[in-house]
Each structure stands twice: as C-alpha cells, then as structure tokens.
Design a protein around this ligand. Sequence first.
Ligand SMILES: Cc1cc2nc3c(=O)[nH]c(=O)nc-3n(C[C@H](O)[C@H](O)[C@H](O)COP(=O)(O)OP(=O)(O)OC[C@H]3O[C@@H](n4cnc5c(N)ncnc54)[C@H](O)[C@@H]3O)c2cc1C
Length: 381
Amino acid sequence: MSTADVVIIGGGSTGTSVAFQLARRRYGKVILVERETVGAGPTAKTIGIVRLHYSYEPLVRLASRSRDLFGQFEELTGAVADFTRCGFLLLAAEGEMPGLRANVDLQHRLGIHSAVVTPTDIAGLDPRMNIDGVAGGAWEPESGFADGYATASGFAAAARRAGAEIWETAGAQRIIVEGSVVRGVQTARGEISTSTVLVACGPWTPQLLRPLGVEVPIQSSRQQVVQLGLPASFGPLGIIIEDMALGFYVRPETGDTVLAGVLEEEAEQIVAADEYNRKPNFVRGTPVCMTSLRTGSRCWAQSRASEGCTSPQAFPATGSSSAPHSAKSWLHSSPGRPHPLMSRCFASRGSSTATSSGAVTPRGFSGNDYRPPSALSPRDD
Ligand SMILES: Cc1cc2nc3c(=O)[nH]c(=O)nc-3n(C[C@H](O)[C@H](O)[C@H](O)COP(=O)(O)OP(=O)(O)OC[C@H]3O[C@@H](n4cnc5c(N)ncnc54)[C@H](O)[C@@H]3O)c2cc1C
C-alpha cells in the first residue's frame, strides 16, 4: 500500500494547480489521482476566458491572483499556458448598469485596473461593433484567455518535477473514513494511506462525497461553444466581448476564427455529468444552421453551483432552474435574416445578411477601420 501526506483527487486545472503549489512548497509526499488523463474534464474544453468581473469578493480575489499567476506561468512551471492578454469587455443594457458599476467599484477597492466605459469608449475599442441598446460596459485591459489543457498539463509536469506523483487512469473509488477521520483513498490502482484528501473532481464531486454523508450542491450544466469563421474582409477580433444584453460571449481564436457561446443563464440545461448530448443544437429540437458557422462546433458539460452556494467555478453562481433548456434563437440563424451574434459583434452598425449559402456577411464597414483595443485609455468612473 502507498502512503501520502496528501491525496488530490482530480487532475483538472484545480487539482494540478494544488499539486504543483504543494510540491514546490515541499509539503510532503503529494499524490494526485486522476480517473482518466490530466485535463480530461471541462478543463480541456473551456474557452479559457480569464476575467475578474464578479460580484463575490473572494472570487474576484481568487481570479485576480490566478490572472497574476498566468502572467508568470512560464517562469513558474517551465510550461506555456498560452495566456493572451487581449482585454475583456463586458457590455450591459441600462438595467444592468448598477450591478456592473458595483462590481467595478469592488474591483477598484481591491486595486484592480478596470473601468466603466461609455458607448463612445466602446466604439473606440472596436468601431465595427453594433452598440445599439448598449448603455455602457466594463473594461479590463489586463484580462485575456488561456488554454485550459495546457494549463493543467503544465502544472502537472511541474508538480512531477517538484516530486509529486501523478497517477492517471487511477480513479478514486472511495474515500476511506474511520469514525470522522480520513484514513485513505481506494483507487483503481490500489489503496493510498493518507490523512488528508483534497477533492477537485468538478462535476463528479457529489457522487464521491455522497457516501460519506456530505452533500455538495454542485450540478452540471451543458455548455455549447461554436467556432465561427469570420469573413476574410473583416480582420481579426482583438478583444474578448461578453454581452449581458444579448446573452453571449466571444473571444478571438486562431486564424480568422472566434469561439462563442451563450451565457450560462441563457442556456440552462442541467445534465448528468457523464450523460448529456455532446452534439450542438442551440435551439431545442432545431439543429443550428451549421453552414453559417463554417468551421465546426463543440459542446461539453461544466459544473455549476446551485442557488445559495458560492462556487469556485469561473462563472458566477446563478440560480437553479428546472427548465431543461432555455431556447435562444441567437445562434439559430435562418437564411435571409441577420444572425443576432453577428449583428451585435461583427456587423456594421447597419445590418448583416445571410448569403445564399447561409454564410453571414457583415456589410457597411471596412476591415481597415479596425483599431486595436489600446485605443481606449481606461478611466475611472
Ligand atoms: C464549454 C466551457 C466553457 C468554459 N469557459 C470558461 C471560461 O471562459 N473561463 C473560465 O474560467 N472557466 C470556463 N469554464 C469552466 C472551467 O473549464 C472549469 O471551471 C475548470 O476547468 C474546472 O477545473 P477543475 O480542475 O476544478 O475541474 P475539472 O476540469 O472538472 O476536472 C475534474 C477532474 O476530475 C477527474 N475525476 C472525476 N472523478 C474522479 C475520480 N473519482 N477519481 C479521480 N479523478 C476523477 C475528471 O476526470 C477530471 O479530469 C468553461 C467550461 C466549459 C465546459
């Protein structure tokens, strides 16, 4: 039987990060057990937006430290997480502005560099944007996006070099408890004796803890992300945009593509962690017109917290809904009608149309109008 000072269960970005931090601090013998391979869960599927706009202070602090760490990731781990500091812009309608201002105030109290911006400022960030109905926004010039899988595998490799053991295909079957004292972990590769266990299983956490009488209010919700091709004349997207008014987010991806998804509240579909529809179908029962999306799509599940639970997840915890899917038509484009995603983000200030092949073509702007996000000087509100 093996022994360890700590056993970490789950090899996503959380578990591997903890393994690395403990190992480099010489905590003792650290074993991380992962039922598949490092990064096999939502960590490898995230679109990886690293932003600090939350209403819950501990989460803002955590996200802020994470972003700092991404800035030093290579130096710390010797690996690359592909952190791209392109800036994060949150768009809001009038009714959402008080909450947005409160969040930016909270950031300022914590010494975070961010700003409340006006529609004019927003147009300065990317003049191609259609900002009809946008009352203002929050701008974080130092935020960006990273590669989740590279993050977890970089942490795991650095943890290994610092002396931690990473056991893959070694799922934890149960946590061994005597009385109220942890004694070890039974894994697919045998038992490990330990008095300290850290559970970082994401959506699979409740099923591991339930036999111990511990109910963790985590549910899994299905998330869909599409990779959209941009018209050649458009030029690249330079910043991350999250639009609370229309309920979507989008970030630059390689080449002339972007990754986009609907905000969690808009696409509420609670699913079992291992049983859900992996094919994208943005509107229930109606396949998305993929011809207009050109480059492909993907969808996965991620864990979320139920109402009343503060969550370490990157997305803020939201209320629970029993509705299986809140059908939104913004990614369901019909030929001849503007694609709402395109009409907000990529279209001219006028309109966008679908061509006969179904591809969405923005009109009324020139790709040369584009100015990089640095055109905006963040200001205090
Ligand atoms: C489509 C999508 C988009 C997202 N976008 C963003 C974003 O833009 N920004 C952001 O910050 N976050 C985003 N997220 C959320 C982010 O991916 C997760 O918060 C993060 O990856 C969670 O990491 P984790 O290590 O806590 O858990 P997970 O990645 O869920 O890892 C848990 C691991 O535990 C393993 N495991 C499960 N059971 C056992 C067991 N019994 N024994 C051993 N191992 C076990 C699993 O195989 C898995 O590898 C997104 C998620 C999805 C799905």
